[in-house]
Ligand binder design. Structure first.
Ligand SMILES: Cc1ncc(COP(=O)(O)O)c(C=O)c1O
Length: 449
């Protein structure tokens, strides 16, 4: 009996010990595989959350920035024929830093626009969307402790990209000047003294986004000149995110900061085929700039992506070649798309005003921010739990009214989120019928108040 108990007790103890060991192993394994420190605080993404929200409530989605209509046929047909062409190599790996036909035409286009000869093999890098170009730039040019000046509201990936590589973001917000009537994106300005005070010995660079997402601001020559002078004074880089370079509404003009005196040498300019040809799902982008600055990006690219999708690069090259042929003519997609979008912009501005919001009329891009604070008595913000009011507004509107926008406080640092809370961001690169539906839904909701 004694022996039997003892065997039972021993086996129980040994079971408990093994359970304990398992727990210890498990927690050791778990902590070993925790998210590395450098990626912590980067876990939240407004896109992940709002795509889920859209899937669940199926609103009319004016949140994410992509066209819901067909891309131009010259590029889509080119892609279709490339994959079945006689040249089998068009479906295989291509040159790592950019497919030759694409870098050649990108070099040709920007040589013309910058009025200087770009070497396509050394001054152009093709990337997976503008996203990778930004990533390679910030990875490739940041040492621990380097500071990057970021203008708020900002395209949200800038901050995690800077932080995850040990960089320090320093923020300055665009603020709307008070006006008597309607607000234009030109009224959103940065304080020059404040910007000047952010530059110091640790500044590695400043990220400028023009035309701007989400405000739609097209930076003026005076503003770019001011930034350029500070960059030269403090010997810093300028990363110019120009993905909406062709989406500028009359009479405004897009100015490339790389064309200002002595600025090409310190500027990395970033573009996107997704935005240029209304094919956001193709995810081809590029960076151009002086060879020594692009070298760092190439090191990041060759060790992460190595080479981008060949047939899509070929199709984008075909698109660029054709647009270059009709450059300056009204049917060139570089100008025709903005012309097509102008009435959509104005239609959206009107229905948002009619419903009681105060939109900022964008000079460029395809987003519109609108101040919704006059509607706050009509929405049940108390039914949502988020800290920021714009999150509560956009979620409540998605669930109860059926139109989805994006909360702009996602594009501010935590200390400045309050600056975005009265606004919502909508996208107007949508079919007329969908914009009309949005207007009808909102007006019907207004009439029921
Ligand atoms: C300002 C800005 N930069 C970069 C990107 C990323 O572009 P891509 O889709 O080519 O990666 C976007 C996309 O919305 C954007 O708005």
């Amino acid at each position: 009996m004694f022996t039997r108990i003892s065997v039972f007790a021993t086996s129980k103890i040994s079971n408990s010990l093994s359970t304990l060991r398992n727990i210890q192993n498990c927690s050791a394994v778990m902590s070993k595989f925790d998210l590395p420190d450098r990626l912590k605080n980067n876990e939240y993404s407004v896109w992940v959350e709002y795509i889920q929200l859209a899937l669940k409530y199926k609103p009319l989605n004016l949140g994410q920035g992509f066209p819901d209509f067909h891309a131009p046929e010259n590029v889509t047909k080119a892609l279709a024929s490339i994959t079945t062409s006689d040249n089998p190599l068009l479906n295989q790996y291509t040159r790592g830093f950019g497919h030759p036909r694409l870098v050649n035409v990108i070099g040709k286009l920007y040589s013309k626009l910058l009025n200087r000869t770009l070497d396509p093999n050394n001054e152009v890098l093709v990337t997976i969307g503008a996203y990778e170009a930004l990533y390679a730039t910030l990875q490739g040019h940041t040492n621990t402790g380097d500071e990057w000046i970021i203008i708020e509201p900002f395209f949200d990936c800038y901050v995690p990209m800077v932080k995850s590589v040990g960089g320090v973001p320093r923020f300055i917000a665009l603020k709307p000047k008070s006006t008597n009537g309607s607000l234009s994106s030109a009224d959103w300005v940065f304080d020059k003294q404040e910007l000047e005070s952010l530059f110091n010995e640790k500044t590695k660079g400043i990220i400028v986004n023009t035309p701007h997402n989400p405000v739609g601001k097209v930076f003026t020559l005076d503003e770019l000149q001011f930034i350029a002078n500070l960059a030269k004074k403090w010997n810093t880089l300028v990363v110019s995110d120009e993905v909406y370079e062709w989406l500028v509404y009359e009479p405004y003009k897009h100015i490339r900061i790389a064309t200002l005196p002595d600025m090409y040498e310190r500027t990395i300019t970033i573009g996107s085929a997704g935005k240029t040809f209304s094919v956001t799902g193709w995810k081809i982008g590029w960076a151009y700039g002086p060879e020594n600055l692009l070298y760092n990006l190439k090191i990041v690219h060759q060790n992460s992506v190595y080479t981008c999708n060949t047939p899509i690069q070929e199709a984008v090259a075909v698109g660029f070649e054709q647009e270059l042929e009709r450059f300056g003519q009204p049917d060139c997609y570089f100008v025709s798309l903005a012309k097509e979008l102008l009435p959509k912009r104005d239609y959206m501005a009107k229905f948002l005003s009619d419903v009681g919001m105060s939109p900022t009329i964008p000079e460029g891009g395809y987003f519109m921010i609108a101040n919704w604070s006059a509607l706050q008595n009509k929405v049940r913000l108390d039914e949502e739990t988020d800290e920021n009011r714009d999150y509560r507004f956009t979620k409540w509107m998605t669930k109860n009214v059926g139109v989805q926008g994006i909360p702009p406080s996602a594009f501010y640092s935590s200390e400045h989120k309050h600056l975005g809370e009265d606004n919502v961001r909508y996208c107007f690169i949508k079919k007329d019928e969908n914009l009309k539906k949005a207007a009808e839904i909102l007006m019907k909701w207004k009439s029921q108040q």
